[in-house]
Structures are given as structure tokens and as C-alpha cells.
Design a protein around this ligand. Structure first.
Ligand SMILES: C/C(=C\Cc1cc(O)c2ccccc2c1O)CCC[C@H](C)CCC[C@H](C)CCCC(C)C
Ligand SMILES: C[S@@+](CC[C@H](N)C(=O)[O-])C[C@H]1O[C@@H](n2cnc3c(N)ncnc32)[C@H](O)[C@@H]1O
Length: 242
């Protein structure tokens, strides 16, 4: 007799389902919870990626597409941006965002896994990744994939939460996550989804460790910049010139 099929839910399936569930409120909550600051952090990320007019750029784990849109504005009509995410619900919001833009921005939305990118080696002039690295199930693999698809000499800027070295700021960050973020999310029916941020941050490699992982993935240069008192950070990595 054939045994019944066993359904296995992986960590990646759970992450994908989480981001599908929060898609309808994701942008609004980011604006509220960060008092609009996330827009500034994303502008800094685009600037540090060195994306320029005419470039072909990647926004990895693009979610609802705001960073990809900033990249699109930067590269202009002669450039091209690929926004990649594995959450179909987030990509649907990203597509709708694009429809409101005139002239249309040169962005293609691609549903794909950051751990197995559907691009040739040495394809991109620059890349960004906002709040993606902490959420992938295999950080070394995602850095290797990013390294593979960048052209020699190209830079990527990776924005994410960070644990501040100052204990007072760290306590304030934890307080904000537990006392503001989770209750606001609970009011939107998404308690468990936002409660996940703090433990994911506690497990996330900090600046020096991120630099080491980037070097192991093959990047010639890697620098981590703590921002906003160290509650966020941007890892800037550059592939060796050929
Ligand atoms: C940009 C924000 C969240 C992005 C985000 C990332 C994730 O990985 C998630 C995972 C699961 C669910 C949701 C998300 C998600 O939304 C918002 C960040 C807000 C900060 C928590 C709070 C920012 C506080 C301030 C700007 C105040 C700074 C004071 C400091 C002591 C200097
Ligand atoms: C916190 S959101 C960030 C969205 C957006 N980049 C931003 O800055 O607001 C993280 C995104 O990473 C995506 N993600 C996580 N793991 C992924 C993977 N292995 N492949 C593709 N996307 C992934 C999720 O679907 C989600 O949209």
C-alpha cells in the first residue's frame, strides 16, 4: 500500500505566508511605526548602492516595492530595475504602486527565491535589499547569490534592523518593538506576525559578523554603517573588479 503523502511546511513557507498575510497593511504600518523614517533609511540605501542613470539594478526581497521605485527614479528611462520577491501578495501591491506613476518607471516585478535567483552571472550594476537579509532562511547563500549576479565592481546596499551598542538605545528599541509595534499590529489582527521581528533581530548577525559573511560570500569590500543611533544598519558590499 502507498503511504499517505506527508505535507512538510518549511521555514521558508512560513516566512512567505507571513509576508502574504501582512501585505495589505505593510506600507501603512511602516509609515506609522517608524514615523516615516523608513523612507529616509531607504533613500540612504539607494544612494549607497551607487545606482546611476542607465544602470540595470536589482531590488532583492522588494516586498511592496518602495525601494525598487526609488531605484527606478534614480536609473531613469534608460535604466532597468528588477524587483524580486517570493510573496505574490507583496508583489501585487508593488505592481499597483507602479500603475500610479507617470511616466511609468522601468521596473519588472519577478516572483522568485532570493536563494536561487533567475539571473545570469555578472548581470547587475547595483543592488539594494531592504529588510530581506534577516528574513531569508540562509544568509550565506543569499549573499552568494547576490555576489554571483552583480557585475565586477558593482555595489549592493543592504538595509536592516540592527542592535544598538548603546544599552539605553537598545532598551528603547526593545520597548518600542514590544510596547508599540506589537500592540499596533495586534489592533490590525497581526500580533504573531509583528511579534516575530524582535526574536528575528536577536538571531540576526550584527555588523562585524555581517561583514565576515559578506567576505566569505566573495565580496572584496564590506562595510557596515549603523544608522539612527544603531537601531538600523546598512551593509555596503562591493564585488571585486575583474
Ligand atoms: C521599516 C519598519 C519595519 C520593516 C519590517 C521588517 C520586517 O522584517 C518585518 C517582519 C515581519 C513583520 C513586519 C516587518 C516589518 O514591518 C518599521 C520599523 C519601525 C521601528 C520598529 C521603530 C522605529 C522607531 C523610531 C524611528 C524612533 C527612533 C528612536 C531611537 C531610540 C533613536
Ligand atoms: C520585511 S519585507 C521587506 C520589504 C521591502 N524590501 C521593504 O524594505 O520594506 C521582507 C521581504 O522579504 C521577502 N523574502 C523573504 N525571504 C525571501 C526569499 N527567500 N526570496 C524572496 N523573497 C523573500 C518577503 O516576502 C518580504 O516581502
Amino acid at each position: 500500500m502507498t503511504p499517505p503523502a506527508v505535507e512538510t511546511t518549511t521555514d521558508a513557507d512560513r516566512i512567505q505566508a507571513l509576508f502574504n498575510r501582512i501585505a495589505p497593511v505593510y506600507d501603512r504600518l511602516n509609515d506609522w511605526l517608524s514615523f516615516g523614517q523608513h523612507r529616509i533609511w531607504k533613500l540612504m540605501t539607494v544612494k549607497w548602492s551607487h545606482a546611476s542613470p542607465g544602470d540595470i539594478c536589482l531590488d532583492l526581497c522588494c516586498g511592496s516595492g518602495d525601494l525598487a521605485q526609488l531605484l527606478g527614479e534614480r536609473v531613469g528611462q534608460t535604466g532597468q530595475v528588477f524587483g524580486v520577491d517570493f510573496s505574490s501578495a507583496q508583489l501585487e501591491i508593488a505592481r499597483q504602486r507602479g500603475e500610479n506613476h507617470y511616466p511609468p518607471l522601468p521596473i519588472q516585478w519577478i516572483e522568485a527565491d532570493a536563494l536561487n535567483l533567475p539571473f545570469a552571472n555578472n548581470f547587475f550594476d547595483a543592488a539594494t535589499m531592504g529588510y530581506g537579509l534577516r528574513n531569508v532562511t540562509d544568509i550565506p547563500r543569499s549573499l552568494q547569490e547576490l555576489h554571483r549576479v552583480l557585475k565586477p565592481g558593482a555595489t549592493a546596499a543592504i538595509l536592516d534592523f540592527h542592535r544598538p551598542s548603546n544599552p539605553t538605545i537598545q532598551a528603547i528599541q526593545q520597548w518600542i518593538l514590544q510596547t508599540i509595534v506589537v500592540p499596533v499590529a495586534t489592533a490590525n489582527g497581526l500580533q504573531e506576525e509583528y511579534a516575530y521581528i524582535l526574536p528575528s533581530l536577536e538571531k540576526f548577525p550584527q555588523g562585524p559578523e555581517q561583514i565576515r559573511l559578506a567576505q566569505q560570500a566573495g565580496f572584496a569590500q564590506a562595510t557596515h554603517y549603523p544608522i539612527s543611533g544603531g537601531i538600523m544598519g546598512v551593509l555596503v558590499v562591493t564585488k571585486r573588479h575583474s
